[in-house]
Design a protein around this ligand. Structure first.
Ligand code: B12
Ligand code: SF4
Length: 468
């Protein structure tokens, strides 16, 4: 029995257009969901993982599979449906799972033979057994996996060519920020995998650099942090010579022992969602953790950096409180906090989030020709109606933000301060140049996007603006 597990591409995502920037090698990430599914698949199935982000596959030249499994973020949905249609025409049954299948069940059911919602651990062997007998059901629900059901991912199945390996050590988040899908998708309960399993899986990854995909590596409670410290101790003791990057809340900075252990275990970078430069913005997004009284972001960032861990700061543009000038304000805040690189995204209502419900009920979804328009839901296109910013206005803000933060002067200052603090000036330089280059690519992409919208909607793109 031959099973293809496919990660569809989104041609609008810059990582696919590798020609645009040679640094994009560092932006093509392994599809861990499919590697985990492969780990859950019994040995009688021959599994092939196809990552369309790495190489464009020639499906007609490939042997006919008995079953196709497709994963997709919502932004990948249009391509996922194309791939599904291709294989269904050949008479091959197609199953789709992952975040988009979970959040848009009805839409996905119209495109494939079978949909698996939520996590696959508890249900995938059953789906495969049904497929073998030609009795696939239309819908399965995996629920939230128990810790005992977690399996190591098949790291052996993907070819080389990725700069980073990938691993997951925890799932779930109780914080339920308005724009984020994680609490609905993976549950509010924070689940941490057993430490020996994680260490063994780290050992099985061939890449020297690894992305830890957890949404918040350290959790929210003292017992989560104690577990994270144990994990870091075990990783350091195993002496793996791996370097890894992860996502965490700013609370990561609050515990010197945690930081020292993380660095010893190989942590070299952390992605932190600051989201908004103002407390009103944080309240609007429900990002309560960043609101702790007396939090000094600059000091927090500096504490992390002292352990030679780079900080990528993420912000969101387009909140209801954001007015013209917000782009510059974000660039200034990020510079003031001292982050090494800045990643600014458009506020995007993704299905299944609180923000989606709110914007939908207020008729503020601006791109609704679904499924085609899902391709714009990458957080790098303005797809909603913003309170104080028009479509042109918000794009100008984004460009101003990137121009300011990645100006040559600021960039050199950051690299110099990294050198002065004996951190990683070369990594800082490469990271900054990569972001600078991509923001230029984005500028051109926005210009094309604006032109396209103007052409398709008549004369001007202003209808997106909701207030005078
Ligand atoms: C790592 C990650 C990335 C990596 C992607 C690596 C990759 N190629 O997969 C990178 C950094 C590239 C990335 C990019 C983006 N991401 Co992202 N990402 C994540 C993150 C943090 C973890 C995903 C992961 O690897 N999980 C581990 C695996 C094991 O779990 P899983 O994917 O859920 O798979 C399980 C089940 O879903 C199920 N399953 C999955 N697929 C399938 C398929 C079948 C057939 C079956 C049966 C089951 C099944 O089985 C698995 C085991 O239980 C999630 C957050 C999250 N908690 O999901 C966000 C998340 C998926 N990303 C999100 C977003 C918005 C994006 C971007 C659009 C925007 C951005 N800039 O972040 C881009 C997408 C670009 C594009 N290609 O269009 C949103 C998606 C929301 C949505 N409705 O689509 C999420 C949920 C984060 C959030 N805060 O809301 N992301
Ligand atoms: S943004 Fe981060 S903290 Fe907020 S709900 Fe999502 S994963 Fe949790």
């Amino acid at each position: 029995m031959r099973l293809y597990l496919i990660n569809p591409t989104n041609p609008l995502v810059s990582s696919v257009t590798a020609k645009e920037s040679r640094w994009n090698r560092y932006r093509v990430w392994k599809p861990l969901s499919l590697m985990v599914l492969a780990g859950l698949t019994p040995p009688e199935w021959e599994v092939v993982i196809v990552d369309e982000n790495l190489v464009a596959p020639d499906y007609p030249a490939m042997p006919r599979p008995d079953l196709v499994g497709i994963t997709a973020f919502t932004s990948q949905a249009p391509r996922a449906y194309e791939v599904a249609t291709y294989f269904r025409r050949l008479g091959v049954p197609v199953v789709m799972g992952g975040i988009n299948a979970t959040m848009c069940v009805e839409e996905v059911l119209a495109q494939v033979d079978s949909v698996v919602t939520r996590e696959a651990e508890g249900i995938w062997p059953q789906v495969l057994a049904d497929a073998r007998q030609g009795g696939l059901k239309r819908q399965y629900d995996g629920g939230f996996a128990k810790i005992s059901e977690f399996v190591p991912a098949r790291h052996d199945l993907l070819p080389g060519g990725y700069a980073f390996g990938a691993i997951q050590t925890t799932r779930g988040c109780p914080l339920n920020c308005t724009f984020c899908s994680v609490t609905t998708f993976n549950g509010a309960q924070y689940r941490q995998r057993p430490i020996p399993d994680v260490v063994r899986e780290f050992q099985s990854i061939r890449e020297k650099r690894i992305l830890v995909v957890d949404d918040n590596l350290i959790g929210t409670r003292p017992e989560h942090i104690a577990h994270a410290k144990e994990l870091f101790r075990a990783l350091a003791q195993a002496n793996l010579h791996k370097q890894w990057i992860a996502q965490a809340t700013i609370n990561f900075a609050d515990d010197e022992e945690l930081l020292a252990l993380a660095a010893k275990a190989g942590c070299r970078g952390v992605f932190i969602g600051f989201e908004s430069p103002s407390p009103e913005g944080l309240r609007e997004l429900g990002k309560k953790f960043n609101l702790l009284k007396g939090r000094d972001f600059r000091a927090s960032v500096r504490r992390i950096q002292r352990h030679k861990i780079l900080v990528v700061g993420s912000f969101i543009i387009g909140l209801d409180i954001d007015e013209p000038g917000i782009g510059q304000r974000i660039a200034e805040a990020a510079s003031q906090y001292g982050v090494d690189t800045l990643n600014t995204l458009f506020l995007t209502p993704l299905p299944g989030t609180r923000l989606w419900d709110q914007m939908k009920s207020e008729h503020r979804l601006a791109f609704t020709a679904f499924p085609e328009d899902w391709k714009y839901y990458t957080l790098t296109f303005p797809v909603a109606r913003f309170k104080h910013l028009s479509l042109d206005g918000i794009i100008q803000e984004m460009n101003a933000c990137n121009r300011d933060f990645y100006s040559l002067l600021r960039l050199l200052r950051r690299v110099w301060s990294s050198l002065w603090q004996r951190r990683k000036p070369l990594v800082s330089l490469v990271g900054n140049l990569s972001y600078r280059n991509n923001s230029r690519v984005d500028c051109r992409t926005y210009a094309g996007f604006q032109r396209e919208r103007r052409d398709s909607s008549g004369v001007n793109p202003m209808p997106l603006q909701t207030h005078a």
